[in-house]
Design a protein around this ligand. Structure first.
Ligand SMILES: Cc1cc2nc3c(=O)[nH]c(=O)nc-3n(C[C@H](O)[C@H](O)[C@H](O)COP(=O)(O)OP(=O)(O)OC[C@H]3O[C@@H](n4cnc5c(N)ncnc54)[C@H](O)[C@@H]3O)c2cc1C
Length: 430
């Protein structure tokens, strides 16, 4: 006889953990099946290079309502990296040097023009498909929209590099509507969007939040339990792990990332609106690297272009005799983040005075349980698939940062989606 429970949640990232916590608080019996040997999903605080470093999701902000409510609920402390004292950027093959403020002033005209109609297209970020004509702009990638602005080489390099920092992808793959959604979530201000997405982090790491949520729930969380197949009907789902263990439940919640979804063996098959975007994949395909360099150095920020292996680098920790930099690039296949010689070479685009001691990172693109970094949609995915991606089908529900309304692709989005899914299941089962 298969085991039975009320709800099976597949995946113990933030979407899965929140769904499980909320359901258990209403008295439901919940089993969480997690493929990896840890919770947290695309967030992972790991001790490397002598510090607790975030391999994945890191930054959150008080303008991200769902994340911030959890920070308040569990009384977690927030901090930020050192303020940059100098900034480097490129004008063609020439390196420019100034303050971070100089760089912000350089990109401001491009950012302002690019995003001036944000609130016209996404007037209510919590209802991102509200404007029926959104498909008119959803067909464009952000590269096409930047090209329209006819910027100088220096401004163009700078704006492109800033967007790679945000989108973790070559810009020709990323939907312009993704830029609109991020900016709309920050009430139309690109400065606030910039701050909300990349400054403040939890003092003791995202693992403290994931652990707090897990401990606050009576769900049975089983690690090393990859799910292989699901059979479902309107009122029941039977979930089978790779090890052949079967669990029967009134509802199953699938929280695997968009790019992984089509690899689950689901009967009857999922609608096209869910499978197609999973097969076509997200635009985001980049890398995040951690680099320990010899100190002392002044904290700095550096932007190159979307064509370099590293497009954005900045100091995240400063010590007396070393510093740890965090870096992002558009394409994970261009650089092995664990190859410190290759990373040192990539840094030379800006400066050759840094001595690289060691590097690290996690290849999320090659990881079978993520196959993406943070969600950035391709053109047309928002208006063609998003509504279908969010929808439940029979006994199956779908929760993920990838399907959130407001801060989609963020920790905040995962929490939003988990809350909404748990409420829908409670309504259905009561
Ligand atoms: C490099 C990087 C940097 C980021 N930076 C930020 C940031 O600064 N701020 C921010 O807010 N967000 C950031 N993000 C995004 C954020 O981390 C994610 O959007 C969010 O954590 C996703 O949560 P989730 O629960 O929707 O998905 P996930 O965390 O991916 O959880 C899904 C879970 O499903 C599991 N799973 C997959 N397949 C199976 C299977 N077959 N059976 C069982 N379990 C399975 C996975 O192991 C995983 O635990 C970043 C992400 C990355 C990768």
């Amino acid at each position: 006889m298969p085991e039975s429970t009320d709800v099976v949640v597949i995946g113990a990232g933030f979407a899965g953990l929140i769904t499980a916590r909320e359901l258990t608080k209403t008295g439901k019996r919940v089993v969480v099946l997690e493929a990896r040997d840890r919770i947290g999903g695309r967030t992972w605080t790991d001790n490397r290079l002598g510090r607790n470093l975030e391999m994945g999701g890191t930054w959150l902000h008080w303008t991200q309502p769902h994340s911030w409510a959890e920070v308040t609920r569990y009384g977690l402390d927030v901090t930020r990296g050192p303020r940059s004292e100098e900034t480097y950027w490129l004008a063609g093959d020439k390196v420019r040097h100034g303050t971070l403020d100089d760089f912000m002033k350089l990109i401001d005209p491009g950012m302002t023009r690019l995003l001036e109609d944000t609130m016209k297209w996404i007037p209510r970020p919590y209802d991102p498909l509200k404007v029926k004509e959104l498909e008119k702009v959803d067909q464009f990638n952000i590269q096409e929209m930047l090209d329209e602005l006819d910027l100088s080489v220096e401004e163009r390099n700078a704006n492109e590099a800033a967007w790679v920092g945000h989108f973790n992808a070559p810009l020709k793959y990323a939907a312009f509507t993704a830029a609109l959604r991020w900016t709309a979530a920050a009430a139309g201000s690109w400065h606030l969007m910039h701050e909300a997405s990349a400054i403040f982090r939890l003092v003791d790491g995202t693992k403290t939040l994931a652990n707090a949520i897990a401990q606050d729930s009576s769900a049975d969380i089983r690690l090393n339990s990859p799910v292989q197949s699901i059979q479902h009907s309107p009122n029941e789902a039977v979930v089978t792990t790779e090890a052949g263990h079967e669990i029967r439940a009134s509802r199953a919640v699938i929280t695997v990332p968009q790019n992984v979804l089509h690899q689950l063996d689901i009967t009857p098959a999922l609608p096209e609106g869910k499978v197609r975007p999973s097969m076509e994949k997200t635009a985001s395909r980049g890398l995040k690297a951690w680099i320990r360099v010899k100190g002392p150095i002044k904290p700095f920020f550096a932007y190159s272009s979307q064509h370099h292996p590293l497009s954005v680098v900045r100091t995240e920790y400063i010590g007396d005799d070393d510093a740890v930099l965090v870096a992002f690039g558009a394409d994970s296949t261009r650089l092995d983040v664990n190859d410190s010689e290759a990373v040192a070479l990539a840094l030379k685009v800006w400066r050759d005075d840094l001595e690289v001691l060691e590097t690290t990172g996690h290849d999320w693109m090659a990881d079978p349980h993520s196959q993406e970094t943070w969600l950035i949609q391709q053109p047309r995915h928002m208006t063609s698939y998003f509504a279908a991606q969010q929808q439940s089908t029979g006994a199956l529900h779908f929760a993920s940062a990838d399907y959130a309304n407001v801060w989609a692709g963020f920790i905040d989005g995962a929490i939003e989606s988990g809350l909404r899914t748990a409420r829908a299941i409670v309504d259905e089962l009561s």
